[in-house]
Design a protein around this ligand. Structure first.
Ligand SMILES: [Zn+2]
Ligand SMILES: [Zn+2]
Length: 236
């Protein structure tokens, strides 16, 4: 029996919204998921239809150009329960559920990314220690789901991250940035040329955007032209 099958037996999969034994998300709770009605400036959170920065000033110190958010994240809401579950227990079902949410939102914007040379979907990297502990990088799984659903978009897992650089909670934004400096880099053997490329950086949750920003810095140095962050949810 595979580990997941054993876990399912010991802890039956209940809907994370209402406890019914119908997988992680029952059809009723699925219908209740509310997408963000509008995108915001990543800095000041003023309404901004395409998730761009609303002014030069807001964009100062940011390396990514745009941030698309699918849902609002708050402690204990349904999306946060799903993301936590997904972080610690691999589940095809959750890849499907969460991937679909991202697909829905990206579809609204995908026309902006049309590029003759294709668009790279780049997952935010996990450090080797984290990866070993979890067994998978949830951002890669989401990126692969999107690759299957959008022609011309291709997963490119080109970044790496040092151990210990994930512990960001409780730090102020400046401290977070300092903590991350030079901890994220391109993999030595990343063969594809990023020059003049449109890339979409994929992550599950963003709060202050520091991780996305550090990744975007590395990608821009590698030649990327436009970097858009796409996250499932954004915390307050
Ligand atoms: Zn339910
Ligand atoms: Zn702004």
């Amino acid at each position: 029996m595979r580990l997941n099958a054993i876990l399912d037996f010991v802890f039956p999969r209940k809907c994370l919204g209402c406890d019914r034994e119908e997988g992680y998300l029952c059809s009723l709770c699925r219908d209740k998921i509310q997408f963000l009605e509008f995108q915001c400036c990543p800095k000041c959170r003023r309404k901004q239809s395409d998730g761009n920065f609303c002014s030069k000033k807001c964009g100062e110190n940011f390396n990514f150009d745009q941030l698309i958010v699918c849902l609002e994240y708050s402690k204990s809401n349904l999306i946060s329960k799903m993301v936590v579950q997904f972080k610690y227990r691999f589940s095809e079902e959750l890849v499907e559920v969460l991937g679909k949410i991202m697909k829905h939102q990206l579809a609204e914007f995908s026309h902006e990314f049309r590029n003759e040379d294709g668009v790279f979907l780049i997952p935010v990297p996990l450090s080797p220690g984290r990866l070993k502990f979890r067994g998978f990088n949830q951002s890669i799984l989401l990126a692969k789901y999107l690759e299957k659903n959008f022609s011309g978009m291709k997963v490119y897992d080109c970044m790496k991250r040092e151990d210990g650089s994930e512990q960001q909670a409780g730090k102020l934004r400046n401290e977070r940035l300092k903590n991350l400096e030079n901890k994220i880099a391109m993999k030595e053997d990343s063969g594809e040329n990023l020059r003049a490329k449109n890339v979409i950086l994929i992550d599950d949750i963003a709060t202050t955007g520091t991780t996305l920003n550090e990744c975007a810095k590395v990608l821009k140095l590698a030649g990327a032209d436009h970097v858009c962050g796409l996250v499932l949810a954004r915390g307050k």
